[in-house]
Write a protein that binds this ligand. Structure first.
Ligand code: DHB
Length: 395
């Protein structure tokens, strides 16, 4: 049976925040795209993800005309607390670098983007199967089966792989043309949603000899928190009491006490650092988790994906306006400039705050020396604040 042919300018594989944001920005400049996504819209909307947006990500959502909801429903945070040795040390982003971040869950970013694309009549196809990429050298095509069973051949000038950390697109770049960079960590995060009031107005990143914990928030009545655990941990072995006991031993003390409540959701999040470079091969561009993943400490994942998309959009827009691929040719190096800064920051925050199993006295005392050198110096705090709130884009 012949495939049903659909033509577009940019084929986007992956309908998460990166793919939808790119499709939205292109549409604003009159550039057509079709987005194909394996998961259903509901499945993506229900996946619990991180919750911190850099100011640059917020600006793109608001000034880019996606939604103002981040400003009304999100919470601006002007700093975080680093807690170690039983004491809290505030990193005042606003004072140090004049910037803030917003607590606004990634699932809401997705919902806003999906609603905007739908309202604007964007061609976004959720729940497709059997995606395959052909002819990256010539006339690129994406084959897929639509949700109603129709076999489609999507013909485009460019393909964008925004298909997440288990990217199919990434694998289309031949080994001889790419390099992989990996780093594994000997721990994971145990993440919970709990029904409880806020314990703190700002996020608390806590280092303790019993391991790391992160206190984040969601709403007045639901909180998001994480603690360092073994990557092989099974959530079924963790009762609410055991979970709270673990948090208490890592963050409570010196008058600070976590507010507890029923645990609504628990998951073990495994992580690693990964980069595939370059982020372009012929007519294929990779964006977001398809090209790189970072450990979650510092919440760079989504922000990095949106930063890739901004740079890729500039390249595509310039190509469609001038016919020149000069800016597209610089996509990979411009994006990787930020990717490696974020790789370093996420690695640094992770290693500075987590306690490796079996750490000796030297390792523990050195780590406290590192934390003290950051919080006791305005330059140290400013370095953290600049990275956390987000760097400007490379020219
Ligand atoms: C959240 C997740 C992070 O990885 C982080 O560094 C801060 C906040 C969150 O889910 O709220």
């Amino acid at each position: 049976m012949a495939r049903h042919v659909v033509r577009t300018q940019v084929a986007i594989v992956g309908g998460g925040p990166a793919g939808l944001m790119l499709s939205h920005l292109l549409a604003r400049e009159g550039i057509e795209s079709t987005v194909v996504e394996l998961r259903s819209r509901q499945e993506i909307a229900e996946t619990v993800r991180a919750g911190i947006l850099e100011h640059g990500t917020v600006n793109l959502l608001v000034d880019g005309g996606v939604s103002d909801r981040v400003l009304t429903d999100g919470d601006r945070h002007d700093g975080i607390e680093l807690r170690f040795n039983g004491e809290s040390h505030r990193i005042d982003f606003h004072d140090l670098v004049g910037e803030s971040v917003w607590l606004y869950p990634q699932t809401d970013v997705f919902k806003d983007l999906a609603a905007r694309r739908e309202a604007d009549g964007g061609d976004v196809r959720y729940g497709v199967t059997d995606t395959a990429i052909h002819d990256l050298d010539g006339d690129p095509r994406v084959w897929f089966t639509d949700v109603d069973g129709t076999e489609v051949e999507l013909r485009a000038e460019f393909i964008v792989g925004a298909d997440g950390s288990r990217s199919h697109c990434r694998g289309q770049i031949p080994e001889a043309h790419r390099k992989w960079y990996f780093h594994e960590y000997p721990f994971a995060w145990f993440g919970i949603l709990a029904e409880a009031p806020r314990s703190s107005e700002e996020l608390i990143y806590a280092n303790s000899e019993n391991g790391f914990a992160l206190i984040s928030q969601r709403t007045e009545t639901v909180q998001r928190m994480y603690f360092q655990c073994d990557p092989g941990e099974d959530v079924n072995n963790w009762s609410d009491e055991r979970i709270w006991e673990t948090f208490r031993s890592r963050v409570n003390g010196n008058g600070f006490e976590l507010k507890e409540g029923p645990v609504l959701d628990k998951t073990v999040l495994k992580f690693r650092s990964f980069v595939q470079a370059p982020m372009r091969h012929k007519k294929l561009f990779l964006a977001g988790d398809a090209a790189h993943t970072v450990p979650p400490t510092g919440a760079k994942g989504l922000n990095l994906a949106i930063a890739d998309v901004r740079v890729l959009f500039e390249g595509l827009d310039s190509y469609y306006k001038t016919g020149s691929e000069a800016l597209l040719d610089r996509y990979s190096s411009r994006a990787l400039d930020r990717v490696w800064k974020a790789q370093h920051f996420s690695y640094w925050m992770t290693s500075m705050l987590h306690t490796p199993e079996g750490a000796d006295d030297f390792a523990r005392a050195r780590q406290l020396g590192e934390l003290n050198s950051v919080v006791s110096s305005r330059h140290g705090r400013a370095y953290l604040a600049e990275a956390y709130t987000g760097w400007p884009s490379a020219r």
